[in-house]
Design a protein around this ligand. Structure first.
Ligand SMILES: [Zn+2]
Ligand SMILES: [Zn+2]
Length: 679
């Protein structure tokens, strides 16, 4: 399980190892930071480089208590010291040292740490650097940028983000007037960090907010921060920075997972609330975590001390300063670095493999003025979201609703069209238009070879499909027409029987395939178009399987054994499909993943994936989201979040070769087979 990752890397963080007298033996040499204090804080800085200066690695640095059982903490060699005792003043020696482990197979995940702005300087506390280094990360400083687009490209190089402490937020970001207790604000940081938080979330980059950072997260994601708290507990301590001065209670979320309890709670106290001791330097605090987060810890006076993401993204915020708490603050940084490492591995894997989603219905929104080339909140698939989710190719279908008895097709769609075939042509025209607008970034692929060619050229692919053979208008010649347009599969029917076959949600009009349906399958085989049996009745499914000379597919279906819905495949269907060389693409619609009243999560989806692999074998399973037809599973709710599937599979130690098969290799194998058999 996810939280076990942390359990295994986290040292005991329980109090009691250190006596109060030991804590007191660690006076800080600097004025404690009070975020947003009325007198503008100056950063603790060490520019002298003198031996024994505070914050320098080696010996006691003035922050970590002396006399701990582990004398090696903080690590040697983590942060460069100008007074390094081993310095020989030979440049060749240090260059040789840099190459001594070459090639370095243990690349550290890059953790971006937001900088403070102090007059003309960008700076931050060395404690952040030290903790990240000790946790196994590679710290880099993220300086505020004016240019929002530059900010986005900056995130391409980081695997994790720390939003650091500092001054107050301008209340205007929350639409509020300032109260008397408001402290100093830092406009450059506000703008940059609020943007950074949103962009990092969209890109699934693991995030840790500290003090001001948790407040940044709350404001960025629709929560709220109190400008000046008045409370019986002192939240702005005068004690040394590493000294905990009050307690918090961390609430278990239940069900395990990557939550605050999993990070800081230890297994011994598994189901019991227990106090955790923290330091405190703030006068603003989150009072509403917003829709994407939940409160994970409070102090005795009810102040929010921690929050965690509820959508499955790796994002935690704490009000205290773990960077100042030495070993006891380390588990949060170990959590971040561990998440960043998995994220980095996922990105790297997606660069090397082909990722194909076999079904989305986005084109039906193209009539409504959506913009596929920019990030459009009205659709789940657009080009920026494909970049963010690291998805190479998507099958975009023209979905045709099945008219009810007595209803005309033109009444069911948003365009004025003569009939189903001209509607499909119009949809494909629109997709071609979009691709023409961005030829260097997007292309229509007609074959697996096209998809690989696009990836090599740095382009995304759109592959065309038709959902509902109604588009053929009972004319077999239309199949050739649509193949010429680039269509690679046709879903024989939708919800309701048509002239080709019976639907899973129909009334058994034909008892399976109609005789026209049999001709359709033969013609699709002849032209190399895949036969898609998602939405088909079981009778249609088995008859098509029997008849088709090439493997069939189910482009977006889940497992009946886990969710009893007529649209899902039974284990017997899955076995028959695999035996015929076909592929089943697990879909992301919550109604096909979980029963009514139960929430489908990314874990539910993964369970379906593993069940299908158990029944069919790894060579016959894939992923078909059905986005913009359905969707809405938290954590994988749009194309931008699809890399989270890979993150989860890597956590479950699925071999990369298997992930590659699920993410498109199986699907493209069947497409290749069908196209190769065409004559
Ligand atoms: Zn669909
Ligand atoms: Zn569908």
């Amino acid at each position: 399980m996810i939280h076990n990752i942390l359990k295994t890397i986290s040292p005991s963080s329980s109090r009691g190892e250190t006596s109060p007298s030991e804590q007191n033996a660690s006076p800080s040499s600097a004025t404690p930071l009070r975020d947003g204090s009325k007198a503008r804080q100056t950063m603790e800085r060490n520019t002298t480089g003198k031996p024994g200066s505070p914050g320098i690695t080696g010996g006691n640095n003035g922050i970590y208590p002396q006399g701990r059982s582990n004398a090696a903490y903080p690590p040697q060699g983590g942060v460069m010291s100008a007074s390094c005792p081993s310095a020989s003043f030979s440049i060749d020696d240090i260059v040789s040292e840099a190459y001594s482990g070459y090639p370095d197979s243990s690349r550290r995940p890059v953790i971006g740490i937001t900088a403070n702005v102090c007059g003309e300087d960008y700076a931050h506390r060395q404690a952040y650097f030290r903790q990240v280094t000790e946790a196994g990360g590679l710290p880099v400083m993220l300086c505020p940028m004016e240019d929002a687009r530059q900010c986005a490209s900056m995130l391409d190089i980081v695997d994790g983000v720390i939003l650091t402490g500092g001054s107050d937020h301008n209340p205007l970001w929350m639409g509020e007037e300032p109260v008397r207790g408001l402290g100093g604000i830092n406009p450059a940081r506000d703008r940059f960090e609020l943007l950074l938080a949103r962009l990092a979330y969209n890109r699934n980059i693991p995030m840790l907010g500290i003090c001001r950072g948790i407040q940044t997260m709350a404001i960025a994601f629709g929560g709220h921060v109190v400008q000046d708290i008045t409370s019986r507990v002192k939240h702005s301590q005068d004690a040394p920075k590493g000294e905990p001065t009050h307690s918090i209670i961390i609430e278990p979320r239940g069900g395990g997972g990557e939550d605050m309890y999993g990070v800081l709670g230890n297994g011994v106290c598994a189901r019991r609330l227990f106090p955790h001791y923290v330091n405190s330097f703030h006068h603003q605090a989150v009072d509403d975590a917003g829709p994407l987060f939940r409160v994970a810890a409070r102090s005795a006076d009810g102040i929010v001390e921690a929050m965690e993401c509820v959508t499955g993204h790796s994002a935690l915020g704490v009000q205290w300063h773990p960077e100042q708490m030495g070993r006891e603050g380390l588990p949060l940084f170990q959590w971040l670095v561990s998440e960043a490492r998995i994220f980095s591995k996922s990105k790297s894997l997606h660069r090397r493999i082909m990722t194909v989603d076999s079904h989305c219905d986005t084109p039906m929104f193209f009539a409504k003025g959506v913009d596929f080339l920019s990030r459009d909140s009205r659709i789940l698939y657009d080009l920026p979201k494909m970049d963010e989710g690291h998805i190479d190719a998507v099958q975009m279908v023209c979905y045709l609703p099945q008219p009810k008895l007595g209803q005309r097709f033109s009444e069911c769609v948003d365009f004025a069209v003569d009939g189903p075939a001209s509607y499909a042509d119009l949809i494909f025209d629109k997709i071609e238009d979009i691709c023409r607008q961005a030829p260097s970034r997007l292309s229509i692929a007609r074959t697996p070879a096209d998809v690989y060619r696009d990836k090599r050229s740095g382009r995304h692919s759109i592959i065309l499909g038709i959902e509902n053979g109604l588009a053929l208008e009972h004319d077999i010649r239309q199949i050739q027409h649509f193949r010429q347009r680039g269509v690679t599969y046709i879903t024989l029917c939708h919800n309701g029987d048509n002239d080709i076959c019976d639907s899973a949600r129909g009334c058994q009009t034909h008892g399976g395939l109609s005789s026209f349906g049999r001709d359709v399958i033969r013609e699709m085989n002849r032209l190399g178009i895949m036969v898609d049996l998602s939405h088909a009745a079981e009778t249609s499914f088995y008859q098509a399987l029997e008849l088709s000379s090439t493997p069939i597919v189910c482009s977006h279906s889940s497992c009946r054994a886990l969710c009893d819905h007529p649209r899902n495949l039974t284990d017997d269907q899955m076995r028959a499909l695999a035996a015929a060389g076909g592929v089943m693409q697990i879909t992301l619609y919550h109604g096909f993943l979980a029963k009514d009243g139960e929430e489908a999560t990314i874990d539910t989806f993964i369970r379906h994936l593993y069940h299908a692999i158990d029944i069919m074998g790894i060579d016959h399973v894939g992923i078909g989201t059905d986005f913009d037809g359905d969707g809405g599973v938290r954590g994988i709710a749009s194309a931008s979040e699809l890399i989270n599937i890979t993150r989860h599979l890597l956590r479950y130690n699925m071999p990369e070769g298997d992930i590659e098969k699920l993410w498109g290799k199986n699907w493209l194998r069947v497409m290749n087979l069908c196209q190769a058999a065409a004559n």
